[in-house]
Design a protein around this ligand. Structure first.
Ligand SMILES: Cc1cc2nc3c(=O)[nH]c(=O)nc-3n(C[C@H](O)[C@H](O)[C@H](O)COP(=O)(O)OP(=O)(O)OC[C@H]3O[C@@H](n4cnc5c(N)ncnc54)[C@H](O)[C@@H]3O)c2cc1C
Length: 316
């Protein structure tokens, strides 16, 4: 009998906490998943920030990259096959499941009756421009080089901020949430000659807000001219944009998935199944709970158990 090497029991897309957890649980439950990750390492957003992960009550003092390393170890222990540095470009229904188009070192189409979307979010760009956040597969950004940072305009948090030299720079920060204030403080502490923060409304935690001098926080409407690197007519060497997040789900457009009012992938509350039977969405791409590592891990378990129940019910 001919064995179809590209057929799996489940294809998990995205190797952050949600996708890693789901793949590990599927393997432990006795199924044969494959995990596809666009970046060269497992870990998702955890890999990109070096802060201590004090949100996780069971891992005091552990940093984001250490959490990412632990996910890698768990996947290795569970013997989950990984396709790293490969990006999913399309998911289409077939007669007996789904075809998942993957692009990378080698282009391939995988087939499976179950697909799990765990691709997380990307920072929203600056309206009216095509400047976007760095992508996971842009390894130069992950390794801290300055390329891929879109010159003077930086979108969202991450290693491209750490790679930037703020010394003697005039910096404008756009946004009123925690990320905006935390990164404004980062630029202040890394030698910026001045940091002005522009926010329609200030929503950040007080612990961050009170550290930025009031005279440099401009609340209310403001005008951005990205080409001139100006805000309200003032020129800046660097403009950092923190306009929140949006789900990475364009590759699944062919499935016509239902979305929530906030644009995330809508799912069944109990099973994490999307509006397309056999397709599950977990972690930040669905934002079913407060976004963090613990809820992403839990979501992975929920989807794995729901897939197990479905397989056992359908006898396939
Ligand atoms: C600055 C910062 C600090 C944070 N600090 C903490 C903290 O201390 N504690 C905590 O609990 N949470 C923290 N978080 C939040 C936490 O990192 C996220 O909630 C968590 O990583 C979400 O997991 P996820 O698996 O849903 O998505 P992600 O971690 O974003 O993983 C998604 C993965 O999918 C991959 N992917 C995307 N598109 C494709 C594609 N087409 N094909 C293949 N792969 C793809 C991406 O490369 C990525 O690896 C922080 C977040 C940020 C931004």
């Amino acid at each position: 009998m001919l064995v179809d090497r590209n057929r799996h029991e489940a294809v998990v897309i995205g190797g952050g906490p949600a996708g890693s957890s789901c793949a590990v649980w599927l393997a432990h439950l006795g199924f044969a998943p494959i995990l596809i990750e666009a970046g060269s390492r497992i870990g998702g957003l955890c890999r990109l920030h070096s802060f201590r992960d004090d949100w996780n009550a069971s891992l005091p003092g552990v940093t984001g990259p250490q959490v990412a390393d632990n996910l890698e170890v768990s996947l290795a222990h569970a013997k989950v096959p990984l396709l790293l540095s490969h990006t999913v470009t399309g998911v289409e229904p077939t007669g007996d499941g789904f075809a998942v188009a993957v692009s990378g070192v080698r282009d391939v189409v995988l087939r499976a009756p179950y697909v799990v979307l765990a691709t997380g979010v990307t920072a929203r760009g600056l309206p009216g421009t095509n400047i976007a956040a760095p992508k996971a597969e842009d390894s130069s950004v992950r390794q801290g080089s300055a390329s891929g940072t879109h010159g003077a305009v930086l979108i969202g948090p991450g290693e491209h901020i750490v790679a930037k030299d703020f010394r003697d720079k005039r910096v404008a920060v756009l946004g009123g949430g925690d990320n905006a204030f935390e990164n404004a403080l980062y630029a202040m502490r890394h030698g910026a000659s001045s940091v002005d923060l522009y926010a329609r409304t200030v929503r950040a935690q007080r612990q961050f807000v009170r550290q930025v001098p009031v005279a440099h926080v401009h609340a209310g409407k403001y005008r951005v001219d990205a080409a001139a690197q100006a805000v309200n007519g003032n020129h800046y060497d660097v403009i950092m944009v923190f306009y929140g997040w949006e789900p990475i789900v364009d590759y699944a457009a062919g499935l016509k998935l239902r979305r929530t009012a906030r644009g995330y992938v809508a799912t069944d509350a109990v099973t994490a199944q999307t509006s397309c039977a056999g397709v599950y969405a977990i972690g930040e791409v669905a934002q079913r709970q407060h976004p963090c590592v613990v809820t992403a891990l839990a979501d992975g378990v929920v989807a794995a158990k729901a897939i197990q129940a479905s397989i056992e019910q359908n006898g396939s």
